[in-house]
Design a protein around this ligand. Structure first.
Ligand SMILES: *Cc1c(COP(=O)(O)O)cnc(C)c1O
Length: 399
C-alpha cells in the first residue's frame, strides 16, 4: 500500500496536510485552562455541523461504534423495545449491539440496496398504542451499500403516529459530508465519528443529544460508566473531562470544523454531491450497476458497485491494493464478493477522484471485466469539466 496515494475507502478518509500539522503538538496538561480553550470551540463547532441549538454535543475517546453504545446505554433500560431497520452491515451491527445489551429489538428488514423501510416503521409505530417502543433507530447513510435514507421521513412517520419514542440516527458516514439537520428532523441522538467527514484519524465518538435524550437518561437503567453522559456533561461544564481526553483529536476537531466552514458547509455538501455524480457517471459508462436500487437512495459519500456475474468484488480491492497501492472498500456481509465500494468523502478533489476512477478502471481491465478502457474515466472527466465547482476547491491556495 502506497502512503502517497489517497484512499478511496469510505473511512477512515484522507487527512489533509494542514490538519495533520495542527494535531502534531506535544503534551499539554488537560487540567489546565489550555484544554478548555480547545474543548469549548470544538463542542460549539459540532453543534453547528449537526445543526442543533437545542441539543448538546459530546465527544468521547472511541469510534462510531462507541457512540452507538453511548446512545443506547444512556437512554434505555434492559428489556426496552426498540424499532430498528436492517438494510446493510452497519444497521445489522447496531441491531446486534442492541440485542447484546438486552434490549427487545423489533427488526424491520429491507433488502440490501434499499433504504429505511418506512412502511414497516409506520405499521410498528401505529400498532404500538401503548408506546412500548422506546427508541427508533435508523442509519442515515448505510456505508455497506451506498444507500442514503430520508431521516425527515422517519420523523414524519413518528409524528403521524404521535409516537414519543426517541429517534437515534447513525450519521457516521454522512455527518459533515451530507446535510444533517438534528433539530429540524427531531433527532434525539445523532452519532458520528472523527475519521469520516471530519477528516481526522479515528479515535473520537461524536454525539449530538437532544433535551429529550438528556431527560431519558434520568430513568435509563442500562449500565454505563465510561460513556456516562452525565459525567461528561458535568465535566465539560467545568471545561474538563472525566478522564484523560484525546487532546490532539479535540484540537483537530475544532480545526477540521474551521476548514469545513471556511469552504462553507453547503459548498462541502455540493462538492460531495458533484464528486459522487462523477463516480456514478463512470459506473454507468462501465455498464455496471450500483447496489443502491434507485437514484433517490444514492449516497454522496460512498458508491457500492456491483460486479458482473462470475466476478469477485473482493478481488478488485486486493488487486488494486497489491498492484497500484490504492485502497477501495470490500463488500461486507450479505454483499461480500458481490461488489466493491468507492469512498468519496472527506478531503477529496476532482483530480483525486479521477485518479481513483482510473485505478478502478485499470484494475477491472486487469481482471478481465467486460468494460471499455477509458470509458469510466472519460465520463467522469466530462462531468467534472462541464460542471465546474461553483466555489473554490477545498484548501485552495490564496491567489
Ligand atoms: C464507519 C461506520 C460505523 C462504525 O464506526 P467505527 O468508527 O468504525 O466504530 C458505523 N456506522 C456507519 C454508517 C459507518 O459508516
Amino acid at each position: 500500500m502506497s502512503m502517497q496515494n489517497p484512499v478511496f475507502i469510505p473511512g477512515p478518509t484522507n487527512i489533509p496536510d494542514e490538519l495533520r500539522r495542527v494535531i502534531d503538538f506535544g503534551t499539554i496538561d488537560h487540567r489546565s485552562s489550555v484544554f478548555d480553550e480547545m474543548l469549548a470551540p470544538a463542542i460549539a463547532g459540532v453543534k453547528r455541523i449537526l445543526k442543533t441549538t437545542d441539543g448538546e454535543a459530546l465527544v468521547f475517546p472511541s469510534t462510531g461504534t462507541g457512540a452507538w453504545e453511548a446512545a443506547i446505554s444512556n437512554t434505555l433500560s434492559p428489556g426496552d423495545k426498540v424499532l430498528v431497520g436492517c438494510w446493510g452491515m452497519f444497521s445489522h451491527r447496531w441491531i446486534d449491539m442492541c440485542e447484546r445489551h438486552g434490549l427487545n429489538v423489533i427488526v424491520a428488514e429491507a433488502n440490501w440496496g434499499d433504504g429505511v423501510p418506512l412502511n414497516a416503521y409506520a405499521a410498528a409505530l401505529e400498532g404500538d398504542t401503548g408506546h412500548a417502543i422506546k427508541a427508533v433507530l435508523a442509519t442515515h447513510n448505510e456505508t455497506a451499500t451506498g444507500v442514503k435514507s430520508d431521516i425527515s421521513a422517519v420523523r414524519a412517520v413518528m409524528n403521524k403516529a404521535k409516537h414519543p419514542a426517541l429517534l437515534m440516527v447513525d450519521g457516521v458516514s454522512s455527518i459533515a459530508s451530507m446535510d444533517f439537520r438534528m433539530d429540524e428532523w427531531g433527532v434525539d441522538l445523532a452519532i458520528a465519528g472523527s475519521q469520516k467527514g471530519f477528516m481526522l484519524p479515528p479515535g473520537l465518538a461524536i454525539l449530538g443529544i437532544s433535551q429529550k435524550a438528556i431527560a431519558a437518561m434520568e430513568t435509563a437503567k442500562l449500565p454505563r460508566t465510561f460513556f456516562d453522559f452525565r459525567d461528561m456533561l458535568t465535566a465539560n461544564g467545568n471545561g474538563s473531562f472525566p478522564y484523560t481526553p484525546p487532546v490532539q483529536l479535540i484540537r483537530g476537531l475544532d480545526h477540521a470544523i474551521a476548514m469545513l466552514e471556511s469552504e462553507g458547509l453547503d459548498a462541502v455538501f455540493a462538492r460531495h454531491a458533484r464528486l459522487a455524480q462523477g463516480v456514478r457517471e463512470a459506473v454507468n459508462a462501465w455498464c455496471l450497476k450500483l447496489c443502491a436500487t434507485s437514484p433517490d437512495l444514492y449516497s454522496d459519500t460512498v458508491s457500492a458497485v456491483l460486479v458482473p456475474d462470475g466476478f469477485d468484488g473482493t478481488k478488485v480491492v486486493t488487486h488494486a491494493a497489491e498492484k497500484y497501492g490504492v485502497a477501495f472498500g470490500v463488500g461486507l456481509g450479505e454483499v461480500s464478493g458481490k461488489l466493491f465500494r468507492i469512498g468519496h468523502l472527506g478531503m477529496l478533489t476532482d483530480v483525486m477522484m479521477c485518479a481513483g476512477l482510473s485505478t478502478a478502471e485499470m484494475t477491472m481491465l486487469d481482471l478481465g471485466f467486460p468494460i471499455k478502457a477509458g470509458s469510466g474515466v472519460t465520463a467522469a472527466q466530462e462531468y467534472y469539466r462541464n460542471n465546474p465547482v461553483a466555489t473554490a476547491q477545498p484548501m485552495d491556495k490564496a491567489a
